[in-house]
Structures are given as structure tokens and as C-alpha cells.
Design a protein around this ligand. Structure first.
Ligand code: KIV
Ligand code: NA
Length: 277
């Protein structure tokens, strides 16, 4: 399979072929996503929560994002690799944003970076990063990095004011140069309007039908403990399977039944004698 490119993603939108994106935070997940044939892999800052145990995405650092991104890069061949930039690493200035984006390209060979928000300042960052030659995926609707300002982790675009703001911002991020847009937790009727107005591929999460879908890997695998968002579907129960496997291992160690003879090395009689001497 040839490497997925920006023109290929645009072609998929034009042909009505759904784009499949999934998050990954380490090498084995990247391998699994690659073997499953996904189009795009996202090193989401959701990794702050799902693999690093933070309570929100805002505390993750660029060094942490890069450690995850480099591992994912090593496992990714044909899928298009997008990396989230950490909160606080693009907010100060266009220069800061370009420097951050450059690190993901140089150190993790990211194909693109993803940037949340569509305010004037964010549009300026998108223009600056695109001008530096780095493709940008925009992210609108529920933007977890600024969820506190949005009133919490809740759906966006359900009121007249927020719905028209999302449509305006979507058009603006496309005009600023984003080649793709992720929309999170927005009613499908509003997303349908965005799709009519825009020509770039729209990837939805909690956004109904779109040109593509993205889910957090651990949510779809059924690893995440506790409640999951309304828009998540678990396609596995890997969390339970993991606990069961570790429990079986613990029980066999405690019972003395693991390791068995088949897990042990044999020594020559001379080696045993020498060890005893
Ligand atoms: O961090 C993440 O996983 C994301 C997706 C939910 C789009 O931004
Ligand atoms: Na994210």
C-alpha cells in the first residue's frame, strides 16, 4: 500500500470513501493500527489521560508528546501521522507555534500537527505553521485543552450562538490553510452545514456522519476505566482481558504452577556439578 498523502485524503472526501483515523501512543498500537489498515494515526494529547494518567490534557509537555510520537512513528508505515501539540506550546506567539511544530516534524517525522481552536489568534498560528511548510489539521467544537473556558467537557454548537460560531470558525480554519478538520462533540445537523461549506475532509468524533471518524484507541478497545463519552463505542474489552491475564499469571505464580518444566532451561550434568562444587 502506498503511503497515505494529503491528495489521497482529499480524493477520499471527493469519492465519498470514509477516512479512518485512530489514536496511538506507542509502538505496538501503531503496529496494530497499521496492520488494521487505518488511513490516519493521531498521537493525541488524550495520551496525557489514557496512558500517562493525568486528569486532563493540559499538563502534558512537548517532551512527553514527542516520546509518544517517536514511538508511534517507528511503527507507522503507510498511515498519515498527525501529532497533537501540547497546550501552552503554541499559545504565546506565531514564532513559538512554528518552533513547536518544527520539533514534531524534525524529531518525530510527523506528517502534520493538529491545533485546537479557531479564534483570530489560532488562525494566525495556523497561517504561520502552514507558511513554514508544515501541514495543519484544525480541531473545533469541543476542544479539550480549553474545556474549562467552554464550560466543561460538553457538546458544543447546540445553541444558535455556538452553532454559527463553529460554522464560521470552520470556514476560517480552512481559509487559514488547514488541510483537514477534526470536529468533536457537535450535533450532526451543524456538522452537515460545515461539510457543505468546506472543501477539506472533516473527521468527526461525536459529530455524526462526516468524511471520516476518529476514536481514542483505549476507548474503542475497551481499556478505559469508568464512564466513557456518549459518542464512544467500545469494539473490544481489552481492559477486562488484560486484568484477567494478569490475574491468571498472579494465581499461577502463587500456586507454584508457573513456571512449568516447559519454561525452564536444561543444564548439562557437568554444569550442575560445577555449580555445586
Ligand atoms: O487527543 C485526541 O485524542 C484528540 C481526538 C479525540 C480528536 O484530539
Ligand atoms: Na487532542
Amino acid at each position: 500500500m502506498p503511503k497515505v498523502s494529503i491528495p489521497r485524503l482529499a480524493e477520499k472526501r471527493a469519492n465519498g470513501e470514509p477516512i479512518v483515523m485512530v489514536t496511538a501512543y506507542d509502538y505496538p498500537a501503531a503496529r496494530a493500527a497499521e496492520r488494521a489498515g487505518v488511513d490516519m494515526v493521531l498521537v493525541g494529547d488524550s495520551g496525557a489521560q489514557v496512558v500517562l494518567g493525568h486528569s486532563s490534557t493540559v499538563s502534558v509537555t512537548t517532551d512527553e508528546m514527542l516520546m509518544m510520537s517517536k514511538a508511534v512513528r517507528r511503527g507507522t508505515e503507510t498511515a498519515f501521522l498527525v501529532c497533537d501539540v501540547a497546550f501552552g506550546t503554541t499559545e504565546e506567539s506565531d514564532e513559538q507555534a512554528v518552533a513547536t511544530a518544527v520539533r514534531f516534524v524534525k524529531e518525530a517525522q510527523a506528517d502534520a500537527i493538529k491545533l485546537e481552536g479557531g479564534s483570530e489568534a489560532r488562525l494566525s498560528r495556523i497561517r504561520a505553521i502552514v507558511a513554514a511548510g508544515i501541514p495543519v489539521v484544525a480541531h473545533l467544537g469541543l476542544t479539550p485543552q480549553t474545556a474549562t473556558a467552554l464550560g466543561g467537557l460538553r457538546a458544543q454548537g447546540r445553541t444558535a450562538a455556538t452553532a454559527s460560531r463553529i460554522v464560521d470558525e470552520a470556514f476560517a480554519v480552512q481559509e487559514a490553510g488547514a488541510f483537514c478538520l477534526v470536529i468533536e462533540a457537535v450535533p450532526s445537523e451543524i456538522v452537515a452545514v460545515v461539510r457543505e461549506r468546506l472543501s477539506i475532509p472533516i473527521i468527526g468524533i461525536g459529530a455524526g456522519p462526516a468524511d471520516g471518524q476518529v476514536l481514542v484507541l483505549h476507548d474503542l478497545l475497551g481499556v478505559t476505566e469508568g464512564g466513557i463519552a456518549k459518542f464512544v463505542k467500545s469494539f473490544g474489552s481489552i481492559g477486562e482481558a488484560t486484568v484477567a491475564a494478569i490475574s491468571d499469571y498472579a494465581a499461577e505464580v502463587r500456586a507454584g504452577s508457573f513456571p512449568g518444566p516447559e519454561h525452564q532451561y536444561a543444564a548439562t550434568p557437568e554444569a550442575v556439578d560445577a555449580a555445586r562444587a
